[in-house]
Write a protein that binds this ligand. Sequence first.
Ligand code: DHK
Length: 159
Amino acid sequence: MLRAHVMPHSAIRPLVAVLNGPNINMLGLRQPELYGRATLDDVEALCAEAAEDVGLAIDFRQTNGEGELVTWVQECRGRAAGIVINPAGFTTTSVALLDALLATDLPVIEVHITNIHRREPFRRESYVSLAATGVICGLGVRGYAMALQAMADILEEHR
Ligand code: DHK
């Protein structure tokens, strides 16, 4: 008997961009008491597994550059079915990122590893939330997996 994970997939999997902003490449080293010990590679593997489980394909990326992140978001239009984004330090500063997300016309799930409501007040003022279908924060890197599960449901609802 075929096991579930070796079953062939008949349908083409919707592509979800999983985009990460500045300093997320420092995961594992950076303030582990807040961000945990998982590295960016671990998060990519976790996302690949979560996506596989819910029938999505992912394009997982990280950049420290605001312009590059804006360009990647723009490129999602017509290419991806949805966006999961941890905008990191650009969350509270980037009108350009907000405008790019709004221009994609795609479902967006904003992820923060830490509970931004339990930290400095400035971390709560998210421009990105103005374009987000939903926000997950404070649940560690498992928030990415949860975001992909929610995205699969959202895409299914809109099919
Ligand atoms: C990551 C960052 O780099 C911070 O700038 C945000 C976010 C919080 C996170 O929790 O993943 O304020």
